[in-house]
Design a binder for this molecule. Structure first.
Ligand code: KG4
Ligand code: ZN
Length: 337
């Protein structure tokens, strides 16, 4: 079946058409418009501007992705995210579902990120998720560990109690005068620095749970920079990045040892971070030769509609459709709570 995926939860408007069957899904066409160049000026995403940009782009992007084809179903990321963006995608999906009399599928954006590891073209070979799986989702708004016992069966076993890892990257980058989004800039500068130069805290690493806290690390970075304004920025970035990576990998290691998953997934915008990909990949191999480590191709770490379509197909197989009359955006939809 052909599934149209739609994504508009934050600062990317995206539409993709995928061909899906029991053997998996592959991308027929996709179109994404990033709003980063606009939000950059403000140091972060401005919800009202985001909403307007989504409204401007969504129809042309859908038209481009469909390229004259009619889908069998529409998968829409209806939460979590910014309400100003979510409603634009949801209304587009509702309109097409009603007009074409095809089912809509309400997809959790974080479930989409999990399935981003399975995005492929017709020719590329990508491994599918084996279950049970354990996913570390790290983005600008979320840092969560999700246990997936079977397709669609999610349980959140840990989450950040304050800032998300990506948010921490972005705020510390702002402090250094780097532009939004700060994560990629910090990791670029970090390549030239020493990760051992500054001892930043590894918050909650020894706590007996799977939760995170990044507010303390952010404050510690802030104080350090205030007291040492002439610090070598590359050393500062490398040490700060190492503290985040150690904290994320430390907690994930504890979870892998406990739950012994078949697949370990690293996804979300921060999964584009090379140090994090390498460190977690190595840790997984060390813990168990039986666990497969999956992380998305770099181009699918950020928000995209292809991952939403795959998560939608997984629900479509169980006929978990949403009536267009009842389709609604839920900015606070938590996966597996
Ligand atoms: O998943 P995403 O595209 O949007 C949200 O749903 O939040 O994630 C965006 C986040 C931003 O905080 C950005 O700084 C971070 O991902 N990010 C990175 C890297 N690339 C993107 N953080 C660290 N290192 C990177 N290379
Ligand atoms: Zn996201």
């Amino acid at each position: 079946m052909k599934i149209l995926g739609i994504e508009s939860s934050c600062d990317d408007t995206s539409a993709a058409l995928l061909e899906c069957s029991k053997g998996g899904c592959f991308v027929l066409s996709e179109s994404t418009a990033s709003q980063i160049a606009i939000h950059k000026k403000y140091g972060g995403v401005v919800p009202e501007i985001a909403g307007r940009m989504h409204a401007e782009k969504i129809v042309p992007l859908i038209e481009h992705a469909l390229n004259g084809k009619k889908p069998d179903a529409i998968a829409i990321a209806s939460g979590p995210g910014l309400i100003t963006g979510l409603i634009v995608g949801v209304e587009a999906a509702r309109t097409l579902s009603a007009a074409w009399k095809i089912p809509a599928i309400s997809v959790n954006h974080m479930a989409g990120h999990i399935h981003s590891v399975e995005v492929k073209s017709q020719k590329s070979k990508v491994k599918s998720i084996g279950y049970p799986a354990l996913a570390l989702i790290v983005s600008g708004g979320h840092t969560e560990i999700i246990k997936i016992s079977a397709p669609g069966k999610y349980k959140m076993i840990g989450a950040t109690r304050d800032d998300a890892a990506g948010e921490c990257f972005d705020k510390v980058a702002k402090l250094l005068g780097l532009l939004y989004p700060g994560g990629p800039q910090i990791s670029k500068l970090a390549l030239k620095g020493s990760a051992k130069a500054i001892k930043f805290p590894r918050p909650m690493l020894d706590s007996n749970d799977y939760d995170f806290s990044f507010a303390g690390l952010k404050t510690s970075a802030l104080y350090y920079y205030r007291d040492n304004p002439k610090v070598n920025k590359a050393d500062f970035c490398a040490s700060f990045e190492q503290a985040i990576v150690d904290t994320l990998v430390g907690k994930m290691t504890r979870a892998i040892k406990k739950f012994k998953p078949k697949t370990v997934i690293l996804c979300g915008g921060v999964s584009a971070n090379r140090k994090l990909r390498e460190t977690l990949g190595t840790a997984v191999k060390k813990i168990s030769t039986k666990s497969e480590f999956l992380t998305p191709a770099l181009s699918y770490c950020m928000d995209n509609a292809a991952m939403i379509a795959i998560a939608g197909y997984q629900k479509a197989q169980k006929k978990e459709y949403a009536d267009w009359r009842k389709l609604s955006a839920d900015p606070n939809w938590e996966l597996g709570r």
